[in-house]
Design a protein around this ligand. Structure first.
Ligand code: URA
Length: 202
């Protein structure tokens, strides 16, 4: 008897991966979404920025970081000589918007992260970025496999590794909007990211 099997993201090309995400039903987040948010940028970008997951605006527009935090991220990218949609690829840990019972954004659960992570892993394999930047706690902890008690402050300032590539951890732009005093720390993180990129030599 032929058993229908879902193709593993590991074997997919970019278009197949986009289609698989667009039709994904691997976790309950598929029921509430308006759009999946695959990511934006050149799929040969050398920089990959990874956020948490779509919020309200991203769910409506199908693009990551399009709200106020996204404006700040765009400015951060510009300061690094990078541009959304071009040499910086922007993606999230989960591709569908997590909401609580009252319709507000919430972080994804560990199960939702586990269901979605193979897509991001395949994106990384196909993009082959030189440096990964985790924006905030959810991205950092999900990639590094750490528990929720680990603060971002402990992970900043070191070059971690994920998928055989350097990974820098910094604050999430939405956090930064609330804590402008931590802007200097983000510049320090980004300068670590830029020197890591320069050392990686491509
Ligand atoms: N916050 C995120 O982490 N990702 C988005 O795409 C938007 C807001």
């Amino acid at each position: 008897v032929a058993v229908p099997t879902m193709a593993s993201p590991q074997a997919m090309d970019w278009l197949q991966l986009q289609q698989a995400v667009a039709g994904c039903t691997a976790c309950g987040l598929c029921h509430g979404r308006k759009n999946t948010v695959f990511g934006v940028g050149d799929n040969k970008a050398k920089w990959l920025f990874i956020g948490e997951g779509p919020g309200r605006n991203e769910d409506i527009q199908g693009e990551p970081f399009v709200g106020p935090a996204g404006k700040l991220l765009d400015n951060i990218l510009l300061a690094m000589g990078l541009k959304r949609g071009e040499n910086a690829y922007i993606a999230n840990i989960v591709k569908c918007r997590p909401t609580d019972g009252t319709g507000r954004d919430r972080p994804p659960s560990p199960e939702e992260v586990a269901a979605c992570l193979p897509y991001l892993q395949r994106q990384i394999e196909l993009i082959q970025p030189t440096v990964l930047v985790a924006l905030g706690k959810t991205a950092a902890l999900s990639l590094l496999g750490l528990d929720a008690a680990t603060p971002v402050s402990k992970l900043r300032g070191s070059v971690h590794r994920y998928a055989d590539r350097p990974l820098i951890v910094t604050y999430h732009p939405a956090y930064l909007l609330r804590q402008l005093g931590d802007k200097g720390k983000v510049w320090a993180d980004l300068s670590l990211a830029m020197s890591t990129y320069a050392q990686a030599g491509d």
